[in-house]
Design a protein around this ligand. Structure first.
Ligand code: VGL
Ligand code: ZN
Length: 208
């Protein structure tokens, strides 16, 4: 079984959103083409889904500005602008994304005391979301991952997929992803490659 995992293709990470990623919306037509013509058996989407008082928000730390390094539960944490608050427009999927095709949505980031970049588990690697068990139950053998943002939620998810699903072939679809910081993107791709994640483009998949 082949699965596509779409990471956080939400208004909040697209132009006009609270934590906009440059050209984040440009991946939406590519994601839709992959959904329709990628040959996938299962389409999964993750959704960053924070309470308004999430501890990764700079607004919860009077001495911190957004994008500064701070601390959350005693660990280093980038302070983010308030984003993807549960029930707000910012947390909704991009309006052009083919959400009707989703078989499973994995929400994450609900615990205010820890951030959860990965769709599989919190950043402290303590609580898991249940996504790995879902994919195992479905008999997934190939997992293609793309979305927003490459240097945070996409790469964290891909690295966790390799750890938590050792029998699954994991691939990162580069042109169907965008990131926050150019150097962060380069490092994220290098880490994924070093861990055995294949780096592919949508044309490799759509022309198969
Ligand atoms: C993300 C920062 C904070 C992401 C989510 O989706 O990459 N980044 N929350
Ligand atoms: Zn977040």
């Amino acid at each position: 079984m082949k699965a596509l995992l779409l990471i956080d293709i939400q208004n909040g990470f697209c132009p006009g959103g609270n934590l906009a990623v440059k050209d984040g919306d440009k991946i939406v037509p590519i994601a839709n083409a992959l959904i329709d013509n990628g040959g996938y058996d299962i389409i999964v989407a993750s959704q960053d889904w924070h309470p308004a008082n999430h501890g990764s928000f700079a607004s919860q730390h009077p001495d911190k500005q957004a994008f500064e390094l701070g601390e959350l539960s005693g660990k280093p944490q980038v302070m983010w602008p308030d984003h993807c608050v549960q029930g707000t427009q910012d947390a909704e999927f991009h309006p052009d994304l083919n959400t009707d095709a989703f078989d499973y949505v994995q929400q994450k980031g609900e615990n205010p005391a820890v951030d959860s970049y990965s769709a599989f588990r919190d950043n402290d690697q303590f609580a898991t979301t249940g996504l790995s068990e879902y994919l195992e139950r479905q008999g997934v053998t190939v997992l293609d991952i793309c979305g927003l943002a490459t240097d945070y939620c996409v790469s964290f998810s891909a690295l966790d997929a390799v750890d938590m699903l050792p029998d699954v072939k994991v691939r990162f679809i580069e042109d169907a992803s965008r990131g926050i910081d150019p150097e962060g993107i380069r490092n994220a791709i290098a880490s994924m490659r070093a861990k055995g994640v294949a780096i592919v483009n949508s044309s490799d998949i759509l022309n198969d």
